[in-house]
Ligand binder design. Structure first.
Ligand code: SAM
Length: 347
């Protein structure tokens, strides 16, 4: 559980401005490092076997005993483990979000963000100063061993979380049989669509390295005969025509509005009349709480730093779809992933 000030602390930090609220952000950074240390030491997976004392855990994982004890105490303070009779066990938050990676792969997320914070964020002042990046984000993920797969698996956890709801809300016609997933990466969204629509075949377009993760997932789902993997740059590639549905998921945040207009024009040209395009992304909206909207702006900054991208508001995306001659635009917030929303529109 992330750090939650109690009533008195909230009063001191926020209402009276009598205590330094920025300390909470600093503590959030410490909490992230604490969690990533636990993940790297395989601590949560080990506690899933049975509760351990610090000494037992240190011996089992070949760690220093005092270090193990401090780590467990820190994790207990932020709600990821709990102590009973001298033994530590995982809490339900850890079990659900770190260990059941069908729901969300926090281990992959930690590996990804460790790399991003260490290698990319130190360039932030220079990127904000100059607008230029001394790296290419996807080149970086492709050349750092294991990072592309960790990044895709992090995204795939999210796809499992929201996939079934998205399939329902997209409302593909029962006769739809061709789906194109542009920048589909790990392939898990395509898999959810194909599992729900037995007549559907799909193509996932992405880079060769991203499709390595998709290839494994498609095979595990026994969908090799219905899913094509198309290794291509989406700007150079032929998108084909007469698709029944096109997915643009977590993709628009890589680009500015002008570029996204071109992306939607490509989608419009490639769809059958009456067929649907779907955008899934972090979308700022007055309907969301302040924490959710703050997270959307923070990831918006990250998209800018990494790839000159940003997040968009519901109005901006609606206007973009209207301007590309899409009609019947539907906006669906997703309660499974606060802040992420689906927009569906028809050609
Ligand atoms: C943030 S991931 C989203 C993956 C998946 N659609 C999802 O929502 O979980 C963005 C994907 O777009 C792909 N991508 C980015 N630029 C691309 C390009 N120019 N051509 C093809 N794929 C691209 C990346 O490789 C990555 O897999």
């Amino acid at each position: 559980m992330p750090i939650q000030p109690n009533f008195l602390e909230r009063t001191a930090f926020f209402s009276l401005n009598a205590a330094p609220a920025p300390m909470l952000d600093l503590a959030g950074a410490l909490a992230f490092r604490t969690l990533s240390t636990a993940v790297h030491l395989n601590l949560f997976a080990t506690l899933a076997e049975r509760p351990f004392t610090p000494a037992e855990l240190a011996q089992h994982l070949n760690l220093h005993e005092r270090g193990t004890h401090r780590l467990l105490e820190a994790l207990a303070a932020i709600g990821y483990v709990a102590e009973r009779n001298g033994r530590y066990h995982n809490t339900s938050i850890t079990e659900k979000w770190f260990l059941d990676n069908k729901m969300m792969d926090m281990t992959a997320a930690m590996t990804s963000f460790d790399n991003f914070f260490q290698e990319l964020w130190p360039h932030a002042p220079e990127v904000v100063r100059s607008g230029k990046r001394p790296f290419d984000f996807y080149q970086f993920t492709a050349t750092t061993p294991g990072l592309s797969d960790a990044h895709q698996r992090m995204m795939q956890g999210n796809a499992n979380l929201v996939g079934p709801a998205i399939v329902k809300k997209m409302g593909l016609s029962p006769t739809a049989n061709r789906l194109l997933d542009v920048g589909g990466g790990h392939g898990q969204f395509t898999i959810h669509f194909c599992q729900a629509h037995r007549q559907l075949s799909a193509t996932i377009m992405d880079s060769e390295i991203a499709l390595e993760t998709a290839r494994q997932n498609v095979t595990v789902a026994e969908l090799d005969d219905r899913v094509d993997l198309y290794a291509a740059d989406l700007w150079q590639a032929e998108w084909g025509s007469a698709w029944d549905g096109i997915l643009l998921f977590n993709l628009l945040h890589h680009y500015d509005l002008e570029t996204n207009q071109k992306l939607l024009q490509k989608a419009h040209a490639a769809l059958k009349p009456g067929a649907k395009v779907a955008i899934f992304d972090q979308v700022a909206s007055k309907a969301f709480g302040s924490a959710t909207n703050a997270i959307i702006k923070l990831v918006g900054l990250m998209y800018y730093l990494f790839a000159d991208g940003r997040t968009f508001t519901r109005n901006e995306l609606t206007n973009l779809l209207n301007d590309t001659n899409f009609r019947n635009i539907q906006f669906h917030p997703l309660r499974q992933a606060p802040g992420s929303s689906l927009l569906v529109a028809e050609k």
